[in-house]
Ligand binder design. Structure first.
Ligand SMILES: [Zn+2]
Length: 70
């Protein structure tokens, strides 16, 4: 049995409700489901996407440090 976890702060792209999305892994694929409208998707949780954005911003900051403007 896959454990289904709610994604804190996530907003459903279909019904725009907050904290209704939950995700779980099934056969190494991450499934996302909205308990409000029944919307379902197959993708990484929003928390992972946010982590990627943070790492990208960090890289840009590092580049700025190593390439200062004259
Ligand atoms: Zn929904």
């Amino acid at each position: 049995m896959a454990k289904k976890r709610f994604i804190a702060g996530a907003i459903c792209p279909s019904c725009s409700q907050q904290d209704t999305l939950r995700w779980w892994q099934e056969n190494d694929v991450e499934q996302v489901e909205c308990v409000s409208c029944g919307h379902s998707d197959v993708r990484a949780p929003q928390s992972v996407e946010q982590s990627d954005q943070l790492s990208t911003e960090t890289k840009q900051q590092v580049i700025g440090i190593f390439k200062p403007e004259d």
